[in-house]
Design a protein around this ligand. Structure first.
Ligand code: FE2
Length: 158
């Protein structure tokens, strides 16, 4: 089993390599917010485990096995980020937290998150319950309950 840190590396290398064809040590360090020397250490370990190919002057590329894992982690990341954005988590936080959650969830949970995201995204119109949720986040009151609340307030004030 690859460690959570290892998964983060493969994910980062995948994203960098998709743009540039390979990843340099300093690109990876920048993406993960770590020092180049810790990147070298980890990349050597991932190389020995068969997940990446590291050549000192050519940078780092993923092996097919490394690519498979990097893609799986990135897939979970985008799914969780979409879910967090649906429930109104700000984009930056959603992105950061997706990177934490992506390692820990049971495949069944991921499947249901995916179902929910697809369900919401395929809604013909912006779903009403989601609009109600937004109002609920701001006011603490479900709009469907608004009538009841007014009644209650009226009773209390009279
Ligand atoms: Fe991530």
């Amino acid at each position: 089993m690859l460690s959570r840190k290892g998964e983060d590396y493969l994910e980062a290398i995948l994203n960098i390599a998709e743009k540039k064809g390979y990843a340099r040590i300093k690109d990876i360090a920048l993406a993960l917010g770590v020092t180049p020397s810790s990147v070298v250490e980890m990349v050597k370990r991932l190389n020995d485990l068969g997940f990446v190919e590291y050549r000192k002057y050519d940078g780092v590329t993923l092996t097919p096995r490394g690519k498979e894992i990097g893609k799986a982690v990135w897939g979970r990341h985008t799914m969780i980020r979409a879910f967090l954005e649906i429930i109104k988590v700000p984009e930056k936080i959603a992105n950061k937290d997706a990177c934490i959650i992506e390692h820990e969830l049971d495949p069944k949970t991921i499947e249901q998150v995916k179902n929910l995201v697809n369900f919401v995204q395929s809604a013909p119109d912006y779903p009403q319950w989601l609009e109600h949720f937004e109002i609920f986040c701001k006011t603490g009151v479900h709009p469907c309950d608004e009538g009841k609340r007014k009644e209650r307030e009226h009773r209390l004030s009279s």
